[in-house]
Every structure is written in C-alpha cells, then in structure tokens.
Design a protein around this ligand. Structure first.
Ligand code: EPU
Length: 305
C-alpha cells in the first residue's frame, strides 16, 4: 500500500482530482499486467515535480507509451506516472523542434516529413512516445533517436529541473544514461537535417524490414537486444536457430514469423511472459554460450528473467 500521506501532501486540486486506479494491461502494448494502485497522468512539468516530492518514500514508476514494458500481475503498489499528457510541440528555427516526452513518435515522424526535414526515417513503424524512445535509444539498423538530440530536460529525484546538453550524457545501442528510475524525461530539443532525395527509399527499406515482424499481434517489440560484441548474429536468428519459435507459456508464445517477438495470443499474464523470456534466454545460453539481454523492461519485478 502507498506509504505516508501522499494525497494529503499534494496541494494542487487538479492532480488530486485526476488520481485513479488503472489496469496496466490497458496501457501496455503487450496487454499484460495488474492494476496500478495510484495512476496519474499530469500535463505539466510542475505537476510532475509536486508529485515526486509528495511521493517520497514510495515506489514511483514512469510510464511512456507502454510499448516496451511489462508490469507484474496483481496490485502494483506505489505511484505510476504516465507522461502521455505531456504532448506539446513547438517548431524552432534551424530545423529544430522542442517536444515534450509524451508526444507520439509516429506523429513526430509524420510532422518531420511535413516540414520537409529528414533524419527520422529509421523510426517508421516504431510505436510509443518520444520520452520512451529516448530512454531506450529506440532505433533500427544502427540509427538511434539519441543521435538527434540537442538537449533533454529532466526532473531529478530532488524535484529540480535539469537541462542536459548532448555531450552531458552517454548513449549507445538501445541504451541511454538518462533512463533511470530516479528521473523523469520531460522534454527535448531535436535537430533534423534537410530532406534528401534518398529519404523515401530509406523509409521504404525500413518499412519492408518491419514486414518480417508479427505486428498483427500484441507484443512489446523485440524481446532481446542484439548481442553486439558476442556474436554477429541477431537475437532473432539465435533464438530461431535454438528452436524457440512456437514455444509458449499460458497465453504467451514466441512468434513463428520472427523469433525475437513474444506475442500475447490468448490473455497472457506477465508471469507467462516472464517465464517464456527466461526459457528462451536459458536455451540460447546453454546452446551457444551467448547471454541475451532483454530489451523488454520488466518493471517492478523482484527478479530479472
Ligand atoms: N532472423 C532469423 N529468424 C528470425 C528472425 C530474424 O533468421 O526469427 C534473421 C533475419 O533473417 C535477418 C536477421 O536475423 O537476417 C536480422 O533480423 P531483422 O532484420 O528482423 O532485424 P533484427 O535485428 O531482428 C532489428 C531491431 C528491430 C528493428 C529491425 C528492423 C533489435 C533488437 N531489433 O531487428 O527493433 O525493427 O532491426 O530494422 O535491435 C525493437 O527494438 O523492438 C525492434 C523491433
């Protein structure tokens, strides 16, 4: 249960009015997870600051588009804060945009095209919010969203705002140093480039690759990161070669189309998914010696799969 006087610590009546319980399966792409005890979708950075201070001593979870996360089944104690209502966008000079964390990445993709700019081609078909994409440095084929960042504004664990310039934080393949339970990404400034004649064919290539993915089912995207240094094979290929396609636990199954996708085909639970990820990981480890690292984020679990 929530610790201390969280609600009494809040001053802003709008925040209190909007506190609710929330089935997490409804806000996570995979469609699993129990109920959040306290779920809030603040629409200003100031509200996030007030909530963080009021929630001291409690577990706080930050949720973006829910594209990549799995919460436990049952009651999720603490505060789940969604960034989805932070969706302001402002186009600046010099091919730059200032955009809040909850803005939809697919929408940003379209707007960049409408502004005759380029640089976000790799994001075609990637779901979720801008903030979530930054946390996982979402991307494809060597491109990642963090390459486009000029600055990022966060709220730190003490409730203060901080502006990070591009060189203040590290990022690499599917990793961004700013992704940390103790801070919230609020907004960023991205710089794009002028549109190039090759952009359309790049988008087509990225979109074609996605046709190998089982997007007709609920999933959390790729289950594992590609093992960069240990193998030149992708996680999907390794899982496929180790016979993982079609493995299932409860309502969760490894796609027969692309082995790096776990699908929720029949009311899967988060426990089903957790167990299936563990089985796949153990199988690849015992057959190849390669330890795959999950890309799906298991949030609020005591253990890693
Ligand atoms: N492959 C198999 N069997 C499979 C799946 C793949 O043999 O079951 C082979 C493919 O034939 C290909 C190779 O593995 O030769 C790589 O597969 P694919 O081109 O699908 O790329 P990927 O490495 O599996 C990456 C990203 C995707 C992104 C695609 C397309 C990671 C972990 N995955 O997948 O990102 O959409 O490239 O650009 O980096 C995500 O992060 O959630 C995600 C879906």
């Amino acid at each position: 249960m929530i610790v201390g006087n969280f609600v009494n610590n809040l001053r802003n009546a709008d925040i209190i009015k909007n506190i609710k319980k929330q089935r997490l399966s409804e806000v996570c792409a995979l469609g699993t997870g129990g109920e959040a005890e306290i779920f809030i979708e603040p629409d200003t950075p100031e509200e996030f600051q007030e909530i963080l201070v009021a929630a001291q001593g409690n577990r706080v979870y930050i949720l973006g588009g829910g594209s990549n996360v799995v919460f436990p089944d049952g009651l999720v104690e603490g505060v789940v804060l969604s960034t989805r209502a932070l969706k302001k966008i402002r186009w600046l000079e010099d091919s730059r945009v200032e955009v809040q964390a909850g803005y939809s990445l697919p929408k940003l993709f379209r707007e960049v095209r409408e502004h005759d700019l380029g640089g976000l081609e790799f994001a075609v078909g990637i779901p979720g919010t801008v903030g979530g994409a930054i946390c996982g440095n979402a991307g494809a084929a060597g491109f990642g969203i963090c390459d486009l960042l000029e600055e990022v504004t966060t709220i730190e664990s003490d409730g203060n705002l901080r502006i990070w310039r591009k060189n203040d934080f590290a990022y690499s393949y599917r990793y961004c140093e700013l992704a940390n339970d103790a801070r919230i990404i609020i907004s960023c400034v991205m710089r794009f480039r002028e549109k190039s004649p090759d952009d359309d064919s790049m988008i087509k290539n990225f979109a074609d690759k996605r046709r190998n993915q089982p997007l007709e089912f609920r999933s959390a995207g790729c289950t594992f990161k590609n093992p960069e240094s240990q193998s030149d094979k992708s996680a999907g290929k390794l899982l496929d070669e180790c016979g993982c396609k079609g493995l299932g636990i409860g309502g969760a199954v490894v796609s027969g189309k692309h082995a790096n996708f776990i699908l929720n085909v029949a009311g899967a639970s988060s426990a089903d998914v957790f167990q299936l990820v563990r089985i796949c990981r153990e199988r690849v480890l015992s057959e190849t010696g390669i330890s795959l690292e999950p890309e799906i984020k298991f949030v609020g679990f005591d253990d890693a799969p």
